[in-house]
Write a protein that binds this ligand. Structure first.
Ligand code: PLP
Length: 385
């Protein structure tokens, strides 16, 4: 597929075709699963298409990596065994002992754990800051700061950070701006176009979209940083396997239509909850009352499928409500076609308890799926009582 500047293709076209020419040998319209570890060399060093060993490169993974780069409009895409493997690769590429990273005050629990329990032991310092305030981020910068790490919308509080404003703050200090774009997906938001340097994904979520694969990705705006990341990906080895790569590619083909429905259902769920007596507060950037609504409207095509709310009757009622849903499945993760409910304080964000990243105990998080809206509203109504 060619995508020249005169005739750039639309997102859905890129999603379906980028990196996915019909197979040269057979014409198969979908990249085959190259379930293979090594490749015949035509004489020593005579590689066919650059393939040598599947940790270094595998054709199914290459198809995904080219697709990811095109979707985020970056120069280099890399696919990993999980979102956290991608984060670890990025951080060990750009940080050395003595360096410092500014992280979100409500970061994904696993990201926080990676900083607090792993990288800190290797001499990488971090400060948690309120990403909704560029001034707070600027105040958290140190001379040793190498990166500002942003999640927007954030997990699980759905805070909105102004990516373009934070690009200025980070670049002004000579630091990279990293955006975890898992919640939005490139269909709703393209951080590299706004000036960010690297995008991180847990492709486990909306990109895969069917709760059947764990994967991660990095996309770099700059080819040279992309090359360094690829070197570390191969050196550390946390790569996406061929079948997992194929599943993520398959999911991405329907990303646009799925996200449209996730957004439509979530905005109706948010409105329903906002009018419910048992709900104290709804956190959804699509609501005009949300403090980040205007920034979200500026930098996102839609407001996403995640909705969090605080139960009016407190923590025990929040936990009990999670237990009573019938259609919303009680479980961690998000971004699949099926609706999920969870209690962040006891589940996804339990590792942040007692830290600056602790979340309210009366908080319930919904990953609103693409089932029939009436069924979703009825289920929430009966579970809230
Ligand atoms: C799930 C998630 C991750 C971690 O990804 P894994 O695939 O579970 O390793 C990182 N960031 C966000 C926002 C997530 O939701």
């Amino acid at each position: 597929m060619s995508n020249d500047d005169q005739h750039p293709h639309g997102f859905e076209t890129v999603a379906i075709h980028a990196g996915q020419e019909p197979d040269a040998l057979t014409g198969a319209v979908v990249p085959p699963i190259y379930q293979v570890s090594t490749y015949k060399q035509d004489g020593v060093g005579g590689l066919r298409g650059g393939y040598e060993y599947s940790r270094s490169a595998n054709p199914t993974r290459t198809a995904l990596e080219e697709n990811l780069a095109a979707l985020e409009q970056g120069r280099r895409g890399l696919a990993f065994a999980s979102g956290l493997a991608a984060e670890d690769c990025l951080l060990r590429t750009v940080c050395k002992p003595g360096d410092h990273v500014v992280i979100p005050g409500d970061a994904y629990g696993g990201t926080f754990r990676l900083f607090a329990k792993v990288l800190q032991r290797w001499g990488v310092a971090w400060t948690a800051a309120d990403m909704t305030s560029p001034e707070a981020v600027r105040a958290a910068l140190r001379p040793e700061t190498v990166a500002v790490w942003v999640e927007t919308p954030s997990n699980p509080l759905l805070g909105i950070a102004d990516i373009a404003a934070l690009v200025q703050v980070a670049h002004g200090a000579g630091a990279l701006l990293v955006v975890d774009n898992t919640f939005a997906s490139p269909y709703l938001q393209q951080p590299l176009v706004l000036g960010a340097d690297v995008v991180v994904h847990s492709t486990t979520k909306y990109m895969g979209g069917h709760s059947d694969v764990v994967g991660g990705a990095l996309v770099a705006a700059d080819a040279e940083l992309g090359e360094q990341l690829a070197f570390h990906q191969n050196s550390m080895g946390g790569v996406s396997g061929p079948f997992d790569s194929w599943l993520v590619l398959r999911g991405i083909k329907t990303l646009g239509v799925r996200m449209d429905r996730h957004c439509a259902n979530a905005s109706k769920v948010a409105e329903f909850l906002a009018g419910h007596a048992k709900v104290a507060q709804v956190l959804y950037p699509g609501l005009p009352s949300h403090p980040g609504h205007e920034v979200a409207a500026k930098q996102m095509r839609g407001f996403g499928g995640m909705v969090s709310f605080r139960h009016a009757d407190g923590p025990d009622a929040a936990v009990a409500m999670c237990d009573r849903t019938r259609l919303f499945t009680l479980g961690e993760s998000l971004g699949g076609v099926e609706s999920l409910v969870e209690h962040p304080g006891r589940m996804t964000h339990a590792s942040a308890e007692g830290s600056p990243l602790e979340v309210p105990a009366d908080l319930v998080r919904l990953s609103v799926g693409i089932e029939s809206l009436d069924d979703l509203l009825e289920d929430l109504g009966q579970a809230l009582g």
